[in-house]
Design a binder for this molecule. Structure first.
Ligand code: SF4
Length: 359
């Protein structure tokens, strides 16, 4: 079947795009080269939803152990709905972007109470759930129920922008519309879930951001990219804003004083915040980590126990820290200064430049 379709950019390609051949090339390549990922071995919408929440902003290799541990700990919507916020933050710690964990639990609660623990199978019902947008809803429907819906995530957006030489920024509303349009038109009626997985894998392993492997690409003959390295085009980004955050490390008789986070890491425990660093004191630890559009420098100073008791603070035995949710930048400080193993082992490798200077 030859299908010449009008592209959303407003022109008809001179050479017809053979959709059927394109789909066959993609499927054939996927049958030999597709990645064997744990969430591809199931049709359980709950497991697929968990994987989709975890994969937002996070690499596949990082997600796999978290995904497997999460399903052991919270095997279905009811189990997750019944978990406390502290439990889910603890299970999520190290993955970052904790609002995903809170939203996932809120979704589970809604599905548990309003849908009897069964994930809806209609797009509008899924979109009505908290924290679920078009991508996640369509991903669940295509991967769990094989519905012929296109999906667009980072890998497919790059692939489609190059395949169709999209000149609009893919993070603009016009660019997003074009890419979604292409994704929807390409998806076949037969085994659409596999096809969507194939596009993701093509983007992740062949049409690489910095080094597209065009010589090995199974869809090279369909590709319209005139200069792949210039694509996809994105809107210029504002430079990250630098922030310095100062905290104290207070250890007394084998116990550490921690403060309940109220903002960025709401519900987790961190080193007590300092309004101002002690005069002339040098930090005992410094690290930097990215957070959304900020570059945060964390400075830690040795402190002593404050008089009285603060309502949002609590002493923890060093050996008990593995059982409470602590954000990774702060857990690394604890790991640097407490006996080995007492601060837990989960830490994100994406945070950089840790420089403990000793107590
Ligand atoms: Fe990407 Fe190159 Fe394949 Fe085009 S030919 S889709 S740029 S890898």
């Amino acid at each position: 079947m030859r299908v010449a379709f009008t592209f959303a950019q407003g022109f008809v390609m001179r050479t017809a795009f053979n959709l059927s051949r394109f789909q066959k090339s993609v499927s054939h390549w996927y049958s030999k080269n597709g990645r064997d990922l744990p969430w591809r071995r199931t049709r359980d919408p709950y497991a697929i939803l968990v994987s989709e929440f975890m994969l937002q902003q996070t690499q596949v290799a990082t997600v796999i152990p978290y995904y497997e541990a999460w399903l052991r700990r919270f095997p279905d919507f009811h189990a997750l709905a019944a978990a406390s916020e502290s439990e889910i933050l603890h299970a999520w710690q190290g993955l970052g972007y904790y609002s995903r964990a809170r939203n996932l639990r809120a979704t589970a609660r809604q599905i548990s109470t309003e849908h009897g623990g069964e994930c809806p199978t209609e797009l509008d019902q899924l979109l009505a759930l908290r924290g679920i947008g078009r991508y996640t809803a369509q991903a669940v429907l295509t991967f769990a129920h094989d519905k012929p819906l296109g999906i667009v995530e980072a890998n497919t957006a790059r692939l489609l922008a190059r395949l169709f030489n999209v000149s609009a920024p893919i993070d603009s509303s016009a660019g997003r519309r074009i890419i979604w349009d292409h994704a929807s038109r390409l998806v076949p009626q037969k085994r659409p879930g596999n096809f969507n997985s194939a596009l993701i894998d093509l983007g992740a392993t062949v049409c690489l951001a910095r080094n597209p492997r065009c010589g090995l690409c199974p869809v090279k003959r369909f590709c319209r990219a005139t200069d792949p390295l210039r694509l996809p085009i994105k809107k210029p980004r504002a430079a990250p804003i630098s922030l310095v955050e100062q905290h104290s490390f207070i250890l007394q008789r084998g116990r550490v004083l921690l403060q309940r986070c109220r903002k960025r890491w709401r519900g987790m425990w961190m080193l007590p915040e300092l309004k101002r660093a002690p005069a002339q004191a040098k930090p005992i630890y410094r690290s930097s980590f990215p957070f959304t559009h900020h570059k945060v420098t964390l400075e830690v100073f040795r402190g002593s126990a404050p008089p009285g008791r603060r309502i949002d603070s609590q002493w923890f035995a060093a050996g008990s820290l593995d059982h409470i949710p602590v954000p990774s930048p702060h857990r690394r400080v604890l790991a640097a200064f407490l006996p080995s193993g007492s601060a837990g082992s989960q830490a994100r490798s994406s945070d950089r430049t840790n420089t403990p200077s000793g107590l």
